[in-house]
Design a protein around this ligand. Sequence first.
Ligand SMILES: [Mg+2]
Length: 199
Amino acid sequence: MNYRAILFDFDGVLCNGQYYDKYYLSNYPGVHEWIQENIFGNNELVQKWMRNQISSIEINKIISENTGNEFNCLNEIFQESIRKMSIEIEINELAESLKLTGRKIGIVTDNMDVFTQITVPNHKLNSLFDVIINSASYGILKRENCGKLYDIALAALSTDIKNSLLIDDSELTINMYKEKGGYGFLYKNFAELKSFLQL
Ligand SMILES: [Mg+2]
């Protein structure tokens, strides 16, 4: 394994939690379903959210207005659901062990403003990962602008893309990364990744 830098996707790799988890909305009949259908079911809206063209506050206002629930209650539930999201322990330990071998590790994620505001400090991701790139901080998604977010991450790690590996659960993203000149691993489960890395 000759990679000098390893970049991790967040959702579907480092974390399998969900924003607005059903558990936290159990006292709000129909609201979880409304959110799934009208927010997460609206790909264009989700992409705008991940480019920070619309904020989490605005999203919660939309939910409040359309479901007739108090904005403050919804916003608190939303934030609580994010604080309770857990990191996949095996992947986290793998990242730690890769860092101990002298490799650089980073996160590149299509994500929302709250990832930077809540998730990063909550899990102290900054102390483990050498660079964390959130689409919401740059206004573009991972596959936009020829994968510029990866260029930014690799520049911060002073690593050429040909010496890097991306671990992501999106085949389109892995294919783009390979076309850019990097190595890619399409993540499905931890066992496959471990065997791929020969750890
Ligand atoms: Mg993913």
